[in-house]
Design a protein around this ligand. Structure first.
Ligand SMILES: [Fe+2]
Ligand SMILES: [Fe+2]
Length: 370
C-alpha cells in the first residue's frame, strides 16, 4: 500500500530530474518538459488530498512536510546540494500550482537566471527558511506590526472615522498588502501580535491582531492571492461598527448595563450598515462584520435565524477574534495563558466554533509557520 508519505517522496526523483535538466538545457528543451510533466502528475496526486507540499533542508537533511526523507540517499543529497546552491532552505508548493507557474519558478530559481528568485511573485510557491531556524526572522521586515506605516495610517483612519466622509479603503488594502509582504515567507503570529497598553487603544490593536491571526490561519489552509487579501481586509473591518459605539461605553471599565451591552452588540449591524454605504468594499468584509459573533451551530448575535450558518471566512475570523480577546488584558479580567485559551477554543469547538478550523488554528499556532 502506498502511504501519503511515499506518495510525497515519490515526486523527489522527478523534481530532481527537472532541476538538473533545466540547469543543463534551455527552458524549452523537450527533456525539461518531460520532467516537468512528471512532476505535475506527482503534484496532481498529492493535491488530491493535501493543500501543500513542503520541501526543506535542515542540518543538511532533506525534509518533506517537515519529516526527514528515509531512503533515497542519493536523491536527498543531490536535492540538498541544489537547494543550498540557490540559498533556498524551504519551498512550499500550494494546491492550485499549474505547469506554467512551476516552469517559471524552476527556470528562475535553478535555470539560467539562477539567483533571481527573490524577484518573483509566485501565487502558489513560497520560498523561505526553515521555520525552526532562527534565520527565519531574517525574512521578517519588522519586529512588530505596529512598526508598519500602513498599520499606523489604518489606526488613525479608524480613530477619525467620519460617517459623512467616504471611507478610504486604500488604507485597508495597503495594510493587507503590507501584512502579506512582511510575513511572506514565515509567520510566527504569537511573536508578532501587538500588546494593548491602554484600554482605549484595545479596539485598534485587537483589529490588527485579528487580521494577522486570520491571515496566518488562511495561509495555513493554503489560501493565497486575492482570496487571502479579502480575508485580511474582512478581518481588518470586522469590528468597524465599534467605531460608532460611544467611547464611554466601548471603553467602560465597570460592568455594562443591559442597555449598554445591547449598544455594544449593535456594532455588528452598525458595521454592516456603514460598510454597505461605501463603494469598493469586498462583500466578504460586510458578511464578516455581520457574522463574526454568530455561533457555528446557531445563536450569538445579531439575532438571526437559528439555521443561519456563518460564512467560512466569518468562522475563521471568529476564532482569531476570540483568541486575541482572551490573550489580552481587559478591565474585567487579566490575560489568559496560551494553553488556557487553547482549552477554551477546544471546548467551544462544534458549539460556537467550527471544530475543524479550531484544530487547524491550533496546528498553525503550534507550527508557527504557514
Ligand atoms: Fe466584534
Ligand atoms: Fe473583534
Amino acid at each position: 500500500m502506498i502511504t501519503n508519505s511515499d506518495r510525497n517522496n515519490n515526486i523527489l526523483p522527478d523534481l530532481l530530474g527537472a532541476i538538473n535538466a533545466i540547469k543543463l538545457y534551455s527552458y524549452k528543451h523537450p527533456q525539461v518538459g518531460l520532467f516537468i510533466g512528471k512532476v505535475m502528475e506527482g503534484f496532481a496526486n498529492i493535491f488530491e488530498t493535501d493543500n501543500k507540499l513542503i520541501i526543506g533542508v535542515f542540518n543538511d537533511s532533506l525534509l518533506v512536510n517537515q519529516k526527514p526523507v528515509v531512503g533515497m540517499v542519493k536523491v536527498s543529497e543531490s536535492m540538498v546540494r541544489l537547494l543550498n546552491e540557490v540559498s533556498v532552505d524551504q519551498i512550499v508548493f500550494l494546491k492550485g500550482l499549474n505547469e506554467e507557474e512551476f516552469s517559471v519558478f524552476l527556470n528562475q530559481t535553478f535555470g539560467t537566471s539562477t539567483g533571481k528568485f527573490g524577484l518573483s511573485e509566485y501565487a502558489h510557491i513560497l520560498l523561505g527558511k526553515i521555520s525552526t531556524d532562527e534565520k527565519t526572522d531574517d525574512e521578517i521586515k519588522v519586529d512588530s506590526i505596529m512598526e508598519l506605516d500602513s498599520t499606523n495610517d489604518f489606526i488613525r483612519m479608524l480613530q477619525n472615522l467620519d460617517l459623512q466622509k467616504p471611507f478610504n479603503f486604500n488604507m485597508v488594502s495597503d495594510l493587507s498588502i503590507d501584512l502579506v509582504e512582511t510575513f511572506k515567507y514565515s509567520v510566527s503570529p504569537l511573536k508578532y501580535l501587538a500588546e494593548v497598553k491602554s484600554e482605549d487603544e484595545y479596539t485598534y490593536i485587537h483589529t490588527i491582531n485579528v487580521a494577522l491571526l486570520s491571515m496566518s490561519l488562511a495561509k495555513h489552509i493554503g489560501i493565497v492571492g486575492s482570496e487571502l487579501m479579502d480575508i485580511i481586509y474582512a478581518a481588518l473591518m470586522h469590528d468597524v461598527g465599534k467605531m460608532l459605539v460611544p467611547k464611554e461605553i466601548l471603553n467602560k471599565t465597570g460592568p455594562l448595563t443591559p442597555d449598554e451591552f445591547e449598544t455594544i452588540k449593535s456594532h455588528t449591524l452598525n458595521g454592516v450598515m456603514y460598510l454597505s454605504n461605501q463603494k469598493g468594499i469586498p462583500r466578504i468584509a460586510i458578511l464578516a462584520a455581520l457574522e463574526h459573533h454568530i455561533k457555528y451551530n446557531g445563536g450569538g448575535y445579531p439575532n438571526i435565524a437559528q439555521s443561519w450558518k456563518p460564512h467560512f471566512v466569518s468562522q475563521m475570523i471568529s476564532i482569531a477574534d476570540i483568541y486575541d480577546a482572551l490573550r489580552s488584558n481587559r478591565p474585567y479580567r487579566t490575560r489568559l495563558e496560551h494553553d488556557e485559551i487553547i482549552g477554551i477554543l477546544r471546548h467551544d469547538a462544534g458549539i460556537g466554533l467550527n471544530p475543524k478550523l479550531v484544530e487547524v488554528f491550533i496546528d498553525m499556532l503550534n507550527n508557527q509557520f504557514s
